[in-house]
Ligand binder design. Structure first.
Ligand code: GLY
Length: 353
């Protein structure tokens, strides 16, 4: 896969206008969800008028990342006579960029798409790296393909449209990028004031964070090795996210990743020599900014079962990405059921639940 073009822009409308003028396409489509239609589309609407863009809108949130929404997008493209030379702009969070990327990758065997991420999570993670797809059969991102957007336009002004929870959610993936990079990146993030985020400082940190992901994806686009680094915090995190969903108390993805980091840094201390003080500092940061997802020991079996269903596993063993130090990766690690239960004990003790 070629290096993905990512542009950090300060004036989305004029940059997009320049890109569209330089692009050869016959019809322009913009995919939004109901929220980004209302809140973000007005910020780029003027430059779309000249190209008579067709707007396609799907429901907001992960529950709409379905085959039905995908079929709606294909239907809209078909009804408006999209061809192989048409262009789709995905304007939204990770759900929109994932689903829209997949719709574009499969319509007429693939049309061009451009991502404009509007959430912090989508800026630093989902919109970059070519993973596209939908949820299926109760499993997240079960169907999809790897295909890069021809451009990703990151304008952090969209962050002004987000609430505090969505900033925290995206920040968890940035913290993960810091942990897999080096101590200085990690320390910068730990010192960031998440309660009163400074947009200028956040812009700098976003650029650095995207750079971390971009370097990894360039080396291993299809997750054969190094890209597994990006799964830090996600084995436990996905299990907590699924448990929360089953119990009717859904949480934002980044919150689950943050709690998953607490679990997996503990496992890193125990199994691969990660420094205890760095683990505790990170856990305390997460406790104070993300609160606690509480569960009792009766849920351990269910959480373990959820971890055994993770699509990253091989040979029936639960797969983790661990660290020996900040920036010192240990991919393809496994843990026994006993060790996983101990990890959950540690989480509950540290987080006070
Ligand atoms: N979100 C992890 C990855 O893109 O590989």
């Amino acid at each position: 896969m070629e290096k993905q073009s990512i542009l950090f822009v300060r004036n989305i409308e004029s940059e997009l206008s320049d890109i569209l003028s330089a692009c050869a396409f016959d019809r322009l489509f913009v995919l939004t969800d109901q929220t980004t239609h209302a809140v973000c589309l007005p910020l780029i609407e003027k430059c779309l008028v000249a190209h008579q863009a067709h707007i396609i809108t799907i429901g907001t949130s992960d529950e709409h990342k379905t085959l039905e929404s995908l079929a709606d997008v294909w239907q809209s493209l078909s009804d408006a006579k999209a061809t192989r030379r048409s262009l789709l702009i995905n304007l939204g969070g990770g759900m929109v960029t994932d689903l829209g990327g997949f719709a574009a990758s499969t319509f007429k065997r693939g049309i061009c798409f451009l991502n404009i991420p509007t959430t912090l999570l989508a800026m630093v993670d989902a919109s970059v790296g070519g993973k596209t797809g939908i949820n299926f059969n109760g499993l997240k991102n079960e169907i999809g393909v790897f295909r890069n957007a021809f451009d990703v336009l990151v304008d952090t002004h969209f962050l002004l449209t987000l609430d505090e929870e969505n900033i925290c959610s995206g920040f968890a993936e940035m913290l993960k990028h810091g942990l897999i990079s080096n101590r200085s990146d990690w320390a910068e993030l730990m010192n960031f004031d998440l309660e009163k985020p400074d947009l200028k400082r956040l812009q700098e940190l976003v650029e650095k964070s995207v750079g971390v992901k971009q370097r990894i994806v360039l080396e291993d686009p299809e997750e054969k090795g190094l890209r597994k680094a990006l799964n830090l915090g996600h084995t436990a995190g996905h299990a907590l996210e699924s448990l929360a969903l089953h119990e009717g108390r859904p949480v934002l993805h980044g919150y689950a990743v943050a709690w998953g980091l607490v679990c997996e840094l503990y496992l890193s201390c125990k199994k691969t020599g990660f420094p205890h003080d760095v683990m505790l500092q990170t856990a305390n940061f997460i406790k104070s900014h993300y609160g606690v997802f509480a569960f009792d020991c009766k849920k351990y079996e269910q959480l373990y079962l959820l971890m055994t269903h993770d699509k990253k596993n091989t040979d029936g063993r639960v797969n983790f990405t661990l660290l020996s130090d900040v920036g010192d990766l240990r991919i393809n690690q496994t843990a026994t059921k006993e060790e996983i239960f101990e990890m959950l004990d540690f989480y509950r003790e540290t987080m006070g639940c």
